[in-house]
Design a protein around this ligand. Structure first.
Ligand code: NDP
Length: 324
């Protein structure tokens, strides 16, 4: 008979998996996803149900990775909120035994989403950055801004981090949470000027990042605006930069920045990781991230494997030795 599924909460996920373990797992998944033969990844485009009455959306994101033998679905809810304390996103991840479909684990999906999204932006930056990485700019100050701050300051040698959000309370909360050096800016323009890497992690529906502010050759990770009529980046930036996406299929269906600007997609990030498309480091680059179910799948599998290792019953031999 199937055992009861385990629950793995956010704090435990944080303790179990380090970013240094997660990054190579995600790089492999991105490369598999963008392989000509599909790399053993089965991932339908996400289904999203608008809940117009409450300005919300419910999304379902299933995927299977043959290489990891991992079968997962994420259920994500995102609601436009006016409160600085409430997060706009909630998620639950379900991990199944792929051999029989039995549910093995339920996990905090917000933690998994924040960690994998920031790690994928860091991978894009690793491949698409120019030589010098002195100044990082983060537009937005919610949970995604925090997870991006953490991995970017660990992985890259930035000398300065500038952050901007519309409200003071939100930025103050961000500064208290990250407990690291940050320069708070009073406008998005002030934060962007001179930055080598810009990250947009807002719930904006209109552009908050203008191409004319962006330093030539900088790299931009555009993480918000996951609806076909939402924008974070203006047309100047979208049309002048070399554009990378996580999934071409999703970008032309879900990204307002891509659809409404008419910008041409140069490559998927996984193609760059795999080496089938180049990283154009001498020009301004944009990585438009929408988030993929396969990223949740391999992250959840890594979390579960680490959990299992930690909670594995001790061998009979060892137990006997301890009793003796
Ligand atoms: P939060 O809602 O917690 O934070 C949102 C931030 O956006 C806050 O700084 C808020 O500022 C700002 N904001 C809200 N509305 C606007 C607006 N109209 N114009 C400008 N700024 C605004 O979100 P998260 O940190 O959880 O997520 C950030 C973004 O990342 C979202 O768009 C989300 O959909 C996206 N996302 C993308 C993923 C991916 O894989 N690509 C995965 C998960 C999330 P203030 O409160 O000061 O107004």
């Amino acid at each position: 008979m199937a055992g009861k599924p385990v629950f793995i909460g956010s704090e435990e996920i944080e303790r179990l998996v380090r970013d240094s373990e997660l990054v190579p797992v995600l790089e492999r998944a991105l490369a598999n996803f963008s392989s000509e033969d599909g790399g053993g990844v089965v991932q339908p485009i996400r289904s999203t149900v608008p809940v117009a009455k409450y300005k919300g959306f419910l999304g379902v994101m299933p995927a299977y990775s043959a290489e990891d033998d991992a079968l997962v679905t994420k259920i994500v809810r995102f609601y436009q909120t006016t409160s600085s304390s409430a997060s706009s996103h909630h998620a639950t991840v379900l991990l199944f035994d792929p051999s029989n479909g039995v549910l093995k684990a339920v996990m905090d999906g917000a933690e998994i989403t924040e960690r994998r999204t920031a790690a994928v932006s860091a991978i894009a930056t690793k491949y698409l950055k120019r030589q010098n990485l002195d100044v990082l700019c983060i537009l937005g100050a919610g949970p995604e801004a925090v997870s991006h701050y953490r991995i970017f300051t660990q992985m890259f040698p930035f000398k300065q981090v500038k952050v901007w959000s519309r409200t003071r309370e939100r930025v103050e909360k961000f500064v208290r949470t990250v407990q690291g050096p940050v320069q708070v800016c009073t406008s998005a323009k002030e934060a962007v000027l001179g930055a080598d890497v810009v990250i947009t992690v807002t719930m904006a529906m209109e552009p908050i990042l203008c191409g004319e502010w962006v330093k030539p050759g900088a790299h931009v990770n555009a993480v918000g605006a996951c609806r076909p009529d939402w924008r974070e980046l203006d047309d100047v930036l979208m049309k002048s930069a070399v554009l990378y996406v996580d999934s071409r299929e999703a970008a032309v269906r879900e990204s307002g920045d891509v659809i409404l600007s008419g910008a041409e997609i140069f490559a998927e990030l996984g193609e760059v990781v795999k080496g089938t498309k180049p990283a154009v480091n001498e020009r301004t680059t944009v990585f438009k991230s929408l988030g993929m179910a396969i990223e949740d799948t391999v992250t959840a599998k890594l979390v579960y494997d680490c959990w299992e290792l930690k909670n594995k019953p001790k061998s009979k031999h060892k137990q006997t030795a301890e009793v003796d």
